[in-house]
Design a protein around this ligand. Structure first.
Ligand code: 8YV
Length: 324
């Protein structure tokens, strides 16, 4: 497949780069200043792109690659790829579902426990020597005992989180586009109504126009002064300034966030707050899981160019069985 030109939009994990390099003619997208010259020279030869959350694959970018057939995204979330445009222009988009489901669900539960039981604050307390100097860490108001959880977006990861929450004895409900059959949890057609009823709101929702800022001031007010927000999906789903205000005013009790609106930038106001938990988007971040995700990026490309179709096409670009 050495005659096939593939573009990597950034430096991806060695497992991906090494295999792409060995299998295809690999190009790396240069810095913005040299991008136009690169696209003018190599753009017409590029037939595939391997990308991740670090680069935007918008209409302008894909349009500059007239022979583009497939965009393989590293990550289950593909809000950085304009998949609608790709679908309308005969380009297949793939993502990396399933292989990260359990890892992200594990992280979500870890983040939930850290947040509710103030585990990072209590560790900071010990490390600062306060246990010896001041005595025991204060008892936490937060507990999971007797609490209810509302999951925003009950997809594969949402369901894996729900299963874990069941084991923790939590009552589970969910909100999404529609009620699902064969799901034992209560469905709320309204996010605000669910937020009113639950103690903890866990967002697993993907990014994009449909979910932009759907967790807004009204939802946070509904969650209320003992409410907890956990976000493991995408930062863009939460109106970040509204969240900052809700946390400062104690409109909600606390939050555990793995994702942010403008990563890797995290607002100073959030960093200044000691009663919340902030993680640097580590949901799927183990070598084990990232290797599986990386292999799926490579396997989607090799399967496509072997004429076998994509392995994990996204909903906007369903595989019809006819290439091109
Ligand atoms: C990764 C993710 O951090 O899969 C996703 O959508 O957000 C994470 O698993 C990300 O894709 C790595 O760039």
């Amino acid at each position: 497949m050495k005659t096939i030109d593939v573009l990597a939009t950034g430096t991806m994990i060695p497992l991906i780069m090494e295999q792409l390099e060995a299998t295809f003619t690999l190009h790396r997208l240069p810095a913005p200043a040299e991008r136009d010259a690169f696209l003018a020279a190599a753009g017409p030869r590029i037939r595939a792109v391997a990308t991740g959350g670090h680069a935007r694959m918008d209409a302008a970018m894909m349009g500059a690659l007239p022979k583009l057939e497939i965009v393989a995204n590293f990550g289950v979330g593909y809000d950085s790829v304009d998949a609608g445009w790709a679908g309308r222009n005969g380009i297949v988009v793939t993502n990396t579902p399933d292989v990260l489901t359990e890892e992200v669900a594990d992280t979500a539960l870890g983040l939930l426990l850290m947040t509710v039981r103030e585990l990072s604050a209590s560790e900071r307390y010990l490390r600062a020597g306060h246990w010896v100097a001041k005595g025991a860490f204060p008892l936490t108001h937060g507990t999971l005992r007797g609490k209810s959880v509302g999951i925003l977006a009950l997809g594969r990861i949402g369901k894996a989180i729900a299963k874990r929450c069941e084991a923790f004895g939590l009552t589970i409900s969910y909100h999404g586009r529609s009620a699902q059959k064969d799901v034992p949890y209560r469905y709320y057609p309204s996010l605000v109504e669910m937020a009113k009823d639950v103690d903890i709101l866990i967002s697993v929702a993907p990014g994009g126009a449909e979910t932009h800022h759907i967790i807004d001031a009204a939802v946070l007010a509904a969650l209320g002064p003992t409410g907890v927000l956990i976000n493991i999906g995408r930062g863009s789903v939460v109106d970040e300034p509204a969240l900052i205000k809700a946390l400062q005013d104690r409109t909600i009790a606390t939050a555990g966030l793995d994702v942010f609106e403008h990563e890797p930038k995290v607002p100073a106001e959030l960093i200044a707050m000691d009663h919340i938990v902030l993680l640097p988007h580590v949901g799927s971040g183990s070598h084990h899981t990232r290797r599986l995700m990386g292999q799926l990026v490579v396997d989607n490309l090799t399967s496509w160019f072997a004429g076998k179709g994509p392995l994990t096409p996204v909903a906007e670009t369903p595989w019809s069985g006819i290439k091109g």
